[in-house]
Ligand binder design. Structure first.
Ligand code: UDP
Length: 369
């Protein structure tokens, strides 16, 4: 098969690391990078850190607003897909690149597979939730992490071509964990001599609202340990714009490469985050997580009691920071066995998917596309 995989944001790069390797054993894959995360520290570095293949096409979209960005991506992706003429398009997760990629594929009558389908926070004020819903409902093939996601899709009427595969991010985590521990640079190793908590914040709902961002940071004012805080470029810009000073205990770092963040996650006492990826990685590493959001799509980690929602409530975050962290006795395998990429490729090679590909090709031919 000829496949176009669309990437653009940090979590997509992480997954491509493993999925591309498995896909390329038997198929031709073209990697199309929208340029959504154009900051050098946040994209180039991932390609080298994780051995991700160079993108075949980089659209370099760098528009200021999310709407302008999505629009620009849609045009660029449609052109790239028209040129590539793939049998199948793969998108992943819930970013603007996911949304634009899904629309571009379906406007060109190309079969669309959505990796990490079926996730819901049930908070439609989150742009990611809208991206997930649209991609799930126009995709031809859903590749979901667990049975709960399959049931969620069934509840919305999506019952065919849904494959439970596990989480590719878990595959990646297992594959880099040992390497991550070994390669810590001296500065990070020094930071890890004392107990610390890890903090990441980058969601629009937290960073674009000065009151929320201030409330989160205020919770760390009298932190009993160091708070290691790799700062996303969006967050750095907002902190400066709103004149928010970081508390003394907070050690701000540039965005980290994947191996460095995994090393820090694994040795943290607790993790405070609003990231979907970091919530899961906290679970993979069996580190208690406090999620700086009102709702999460990774409800399985909350149900397992390794993750708790604290929103942007200063008192709740502060209480979490000062109390002994929860350590449930059980740590069930919520994200598969580390073979999600293999399962995804098997699903794409299945007779059901091949039928979808053939039917779409017939339709395109009939319509002169
Ligand atoms: N990440 C990273 N460096 C950092 C912060 C996060 O490599 O400084 C990784 C993180 O471990 C996770 C991925 O980036 O695998 C998640 O991306 P992000 O938090 O940007 O997006 P989300 O998962 O919320 O969509």
């Amino acid at each position: 098969m000829k496949i176009v995989s669309i990437v653009g944001a940090r979590p997509e790069f992480v997954q491509v690391a493993v999925l591309s390797r498995v896909l390329r054993r038997r198929h031709t894959e073209l990697l199309v990078h929208t340029g959504q995360h154009y900051d050098e520290r946040m994209s180039e570095r991932f390609f080298t850190d994780l051995g991700i293949p160079e993108p075949d096409v980089n659209l370099g979209v760098a528009a200021a607003s999310p709407s302008a960005q999505t629009g620009e991506m849609l045009g660029g992706l449609a052109d790239a897909l028209r040129r590539a003429r793939p049998d199948l398009v793969i998108v992943r997760g819930d970013t603007n690149s996911t949304l634009a990629g899904s629309l571009a594929a379906k406007q060109l009558l190309l079969p669309l597979a959505h990796v990490e389908g079926g996730m819901r926070s049930y908070d439609r004020t989150m742009p990611e939730e809208i991206n997930r819903i649209v991609s799930d409902h126009i995709a031809d093939i859903a590749l979901v992490t667990d049975d709960a996601a399959r049931r969620r899709l069934a509840g919305e009427g999506i019952t065919t071509n849904v494959h439970v595969c596990g989480d590719v991010m878990y595959d990646v985590f297992l594959q880099v964990r040992v390497r991550a521990r070994a390669q810590r640079e001296p500065r990070l190793r020094a930071l890890q001599q004392q107990p610390y908590d890890l903090l990441t914040v980058h969601r629009a709902e937290n960073t674009d609202d000065p009151a929320r961002l201030r409330a989160i940071m205020a919770a760390f004012t009298d932190a009993p340990r160091r708070i290691i805080f790799p700062v996303h470029p969006r967050t750095a810009a907002r902190l400066a714009e709103f004149g928010i000073r970081l508390p003394a205990a907070v050690v701000a770092l540039e965005p980290l490469g994947y191996l460095d963040i995994v090393a820090l996650e694994c040795a943290a006492r607790t993790i405070f985050t609003d990231s979907g990826g970091v919530q899961r990685e906290a679970y993979f590493a069996a580190v208690p997580c406090f999620t700086l959001r009102e709702a999460t799509e990774w409800t399985n980690t909350v149900e397992a009691r390794w993750n708790r929602l604290v929103g942007s409530d200063t008192a709740a975050i502060r209480a979490a920071l000062h109390a002994a962290p929860m350590r449930p006795a059980e740590h069930p395998p919520l994200f598969g066995e580390g073979d999600a990429a293999e399962r995804i490729v098997a699903a794409l090679e299945s007779p059901a998917t091949q039928r979808i590909i053939e039917e779409a090709a017939t339709t395109r031919r009939a319509r002169g596309r």
